[in-house]
Write a protein that binds this ligand. Sequence first.
Ligand SMILES: [Zn+2]
Length: 293
Amino acid sequence: MADGVLRGLLPGDLRVVVAVVTDTAREARARHRLAPTSAALLGQAIAGGALLAALQKGDSRVNLQVECDGQLKGLFVDAGADGTVRGYAKNPHVDLELQEGDFRWRGALGNSGFLSVLRDLGTEYYRSSVALVAMDLAKDLHHYFETSDQVPTRVAIATRRAEAEPLGAVVGVLLQALPDGDRHALAEQGQALESRLERALAEEKSPSPQTIFSALFPEQQPLEGHPVAFRCTCSRARALETVKSLGAADVQHLVDDLGSTAVTCHFCGAKHEISLPDLFQILEELGAGAPRN
Ligand SMILES: [Zn+2]
């Protein structure tokens, strides 16, 4: 079943969000040709981004950024409240033998770094960062909510292999106490969230938002939801604008030295070809007169 997010309410005024982003993470992996460990971490971050964005309203967006001193170097995810997600890993080539346990991701994430969340609310930006302490995306997201947002929250993210497919399933769950929410209930529900999610993932052949929601919270019905998909906002028109922003002298150099160029999008890996006639057109728009070529 397709990727998506489901929101619901649990007794004690707890908000719950379930995000299944398997296909989205696989698309990111294919677009950026990610090695398995890079793919798993970007998949986790995509799940985190989808959960964060599901807490937003309207057409607002959330950026989730990690900078770290491990092999991965960092990653970036841009997620919209409309369910569109895009992102990249700074080092696409990380492929490590993963240990079980708390130090699982240290080889890739290293020993220090930052997690930043930027909320674009259309008219205002809010940015906050926390130091990575657990070197584990779900645990550090939890830490972010506790210290930066000061909202009692539990986050669990789980990935499962499916034979040769490293991204057999990528799923995230977020529990958050509403302003008058019962913190005791949150602690109870949140306590075994990670192991419950992993168990649910192990038991579901093809996990969907609905099956994961029902497995974790069998007494509750989700209230609303939306699909999630990888989508980038780049375009040829924007690529042309990027080249134009170099200025007439640099565009003339491209004409003289290369005859054409290409703009590759960081977020989705799309390559936008800029031909010689395009470059002439840009020079004309820049008022650089007749091209010398
Ligand atoms: Zn793009």
